[in-house]
Design a protein around this ligand. Structure first.
Ligand code: PLP
Length: 366
């Protein structure tokens, strides 16, 4: 439960009181207690994805975009070429980042309601031997669509290329097993399925890829190789760490373990999503995606023009009842989004549905 509004957003999202309470103290960033906390953070992040034997955890200050930018800057060296698989805004953003960094980049695109097709990826890799890296968004938060990680990873590994995975809105909930699935680097942040507070991104990277990347990043602060060497040298952050964010994330990771790990969290989000979808359909809202490609992370609903409902009016009515929803991010259709993640369960969604029903009664009578 929360004392503020309930956030039905993809992050920042509703956090547990224990997670927020973990921020109520000061930490010296070079004190042994905080060095131990950083070590626990790095270990726990690897364990979430079963990457203890194969990957190194490199946390970085900033929002999720900072870690994506740092990973592309560091791992895609001058002379390499990146292929980005795009079916939404976050894939598009990786193309923009690579261009801004002056890296060779190409995009393979799908419509926003279509999953990435592994066979097209395999064909593109056969056709262009210059491509060294492929970037995939696991769950495209633009719509909530799930992309087929295992099949894409197999196609990329088969072709002998490196895979960068933006797992921002899936890490900690959707299945990810780095001991079985070949992924060079996984990128995620503190404030989505891990249910921490915002301010931190992290990469889980194969050490060989980091070794190869020495000096590649044109940025001093967004350099994952230097950041990694810093942690390995003395367990400390190169530059001022967001100490309270780290403390909150470690607490959130302990809570994830206590809940039963990503599998249990996935089941809770699935239950949230199912409750939400059934209720919204009853109230006359249609899901934007085909259910077969929908991840239980965030749901996009049509805002039917015939009902004369404006997003802003619906948002304000729900906010007055204590629930914050999210605007759509689509180019073609009038939509809005409701997140299923955060420290929430089906009872919160049952209350939300009552609030939607109450809001509609007022708005549609007006
Ligand atoms: C949230 C998110 C990001 C990063 O967004 P920030 O606003 O920078 O935290 C990147 N990719 C995906 C898929 C996301 O959901």
């Amino acid at each position: 439960m929360t004392d503020g509004p309930i956030l039905l957003t993809p992050g920042p999202l509703t956090t547990a009181i224990e997670t927020r309470r973990a921020m109520l103290r000061d930490w010296g960033s070079r004190d042994p207690a905080f060095i131990a906390l950083t070590a626990e953070l790095r270990d726990r992040l690897l364990r979430v994805a079963k990457g203890e034997g194969t990957h190194a955890a490199v946390p970085l200050q900033g929002s999720g975009t900072f870690i994506v930018e740092a990973a592309i800057a560091t791992l895609v060296a001058p002379g390499d070429k990146l292929l980005v698989l795009v079916n939404g805004a976050y894939g598009e953003r990786m193309v923009t980042i690579a261009r801004r960094l002056g890296r060779a980049v190409e995009a393979l695109r799908w419509a926003e309601d279509r999953s990435v097709e592994p066979a097209r990826v395999a064909a593109a890799l056969r056709a262009d031997p210059a491509i060294t890296h492929v970037a995939l968004v696991h769950c495209e938060t633009t719509t909530g669509i799930l992309n087929p990680l295992e099949a894409v990873a197999a196609a990329v590994a088969e072709a002998g290329r490196a895979l960068l995975l933006d797992a921002m809105s899936s890490f900690g909930a959707l299945p990810l097993d780095l001991s079985a699935t070949p992924v060079t680097a996984v990128l995620a942040s503190s404030n989505k399925c891990l249910e921490g507070v915002p301010g931190l991104g992290f990469a889980l990277v194969e050490p060989a890829a980091l070794e190869r990347a020495r000096g590649a990043s044109p940025s001093l602060s967004l350099d994952l190789h230097a950041q990694w060497r810093g942690f390995e040298a003395d367990g400390q952050w190169r530059f001022t760490p967001p100490v309270q964010v780290v403390a909150a994330l470690v607490e959130a990771l302990r809570l994830l373990e206590a809940e039963g790990g990503p599998e249990a969290r996935h089941a809770r989000y699935r239950d949230n999503f199912d409750t939400l979808l059934a209720g919204m359909q009853r109230l006359g809202f249609a899901l934007f995606l085909d259910e077969r490609v929908q991840a239980p992370i965030i749901a996009t609903f049509h805002l039917p023009p015939a009902r004369g409902l404006a997003f802003r009016a619906l948002y304000d009515a729900l906010a007055a009842r204590g629930f914050l929803i999210y605007p759509g991010k689509l180019t073609q259709a009038e939509t809005f989004r409701i997140g299923c993640i955060g420290a929430l369960d089906r009872r919160d969604f049952a209350r939300l549905l009552e609030a939607v029903e109450g809001s509609l009664r007022v708005l549609e009578a007006a």
